[in-house]
Design a protein around this ligand. Structure first.
Ligand code: HSE
Length: 336
């Protein structure tokens, strides 16, 4: 399967390492032979229709900070130019999420779909701003659009709700979908101030480059948009979410919650409306997970409430979600 990889940060590098370490098994067990024919990062790109060497890609990125130096002729093709000129079956879009205009991911995805490529996106921006129209574009161009890594990282939250609960009617859900704010609120629960907890989260590398995405709830809201469209079939985009972050949560609020045997968590929920905001959760509720963990409780008509818990971020974890999507695409192509 010929792949163009847009974005070569932690997730992209983890993915090619995964391809490298599991290549024999991927072929013998699933018939999957991933051939990365082009990689684009913010400083340049590299192309080889016969397949780039995974180890050399990672080594080049480590040494030069870009894949541009992979070959002696340095390539400055943009992601869009690559998608227009290089033949491939699948685009894997891993550039950073941007909730203003969703670029450059949006143009990568639409260009690829118009050229008949299937798309796997772990970039939430395009889905948060245009989920309904991107799904329509995929249907129109008869390609698959997969995005299981956008919610829960490696934890298969979307697949669980869509496939494991198939036939069920999910009536509502509520979840902790942002690990960074969960880490900050958990630490505040031990008496640490908001400022110190934020600094600690920054030191550990958890906070997004634009901290507002975590602290003001945008990341959680983007995930809520994806869940609402995919699981509940509600056609919404980011501006439809009633969103409050954690900046105004005080130690007093946390102490008050403790007196009720509760903790304050940033909860994304779909009850009467789609809301992201701080909420008291009983300490004995399975949803009340700590640290950087994510959790989501789905309530269905017949099977009650089930909670899934797992890591919501991380390079290898998110790379594993991309592999899941790739195997799905491989299987659907084989079926056809
Ligand atoms: N900033 C996100 C989080 C990363 O903290 O959960 C994963 O989307």
């Amino acid at each position: 399967m010929r792949i163009i990889l847009c974005g070569f940060g932690v997730v992209g590098q983890s993915l090619v390492k995964l391809f490298e370490s599991r290549s024999d098994e991927l072929y013998s067990k699933y018939g999957l032979k991933p051939r990365v024919v082009g990689v684009f990062d913010s400083k340049g790109s590299t192309i080889d229709p016969s397949g780039l060497n995974f180890k050399k890609l990672v080594d080049t990125k480590k040494k030069f900070g870009t894949v541009k130096n992979y070959a002696s002729i340095k390539n400055s093709m943009s992601g869009v130019e690559m998608l227009k000129n290089v033949e491939a079956d699948v685009l894997i879009e891993t550039t950073a999420s941007n909730y203003k205009d969703a670029e450059p991911g949006m143009t990568h995805i639409t260009t690829a779909m118009k050229r008949g490529m299937h798309v796997i996106s772990v970039n939430k921006g395009p889905l948060a701003l245009a989920f309904p129209s991107l799904l329509e574009l995929a249907t129109y161009n008869q390609v698959m659009l997969k995005f299981s890594g956008t919610v829960g990282g490696g934890t298969p939250i979307l697949d669980y709700a869509k496939n494991s609960l198939s036939g069920e009617r999910i009536t509502s859900f509520a979840g902790i979908l942002n690990g960074t704010t969960n880490y900050i609120l958990t630490n505040m629960g031990t008496g640490i101030s908001y400022e110190d907890a934020l600094k600690d989260a920054k030191d550990k590398g958890y906070v997004e480059a634009d901290e507002s995405l975590d602290l003001d709830g945008l990341d959680a809201a983007a995930k809520l948009v994806i869940l609402a469209n995919w699981i509940l079939g509600i056609k919404v985009t980011l501006p439809d979410i009633n969103c409050t972050g954690i900046r105004k949560v005080t130690l007093d609020d946390i102490k008050k919650a403790e007196k009720n045997n509760c903790s304050i968590k940033l909860i994304a929920s779909s009850d009467k409306e789609l809301v992201v905001g701080p909420k008291e959760i009983p300490n004995d509720d399975p949803l009340c997970v700590n640290g950087t963990l994510n959790a989501i409780a789905f309530t269905s008509e017949h099977s009650g409430t089930q909670t899934i818990i797992g890591k919501g971020a991380g390079g290898t974890e998110t790379a594993s979600s991309i592999l899941r999507d790739l195997l799905d695409i491989r299987q659907e192509i084989a079926r056809d």
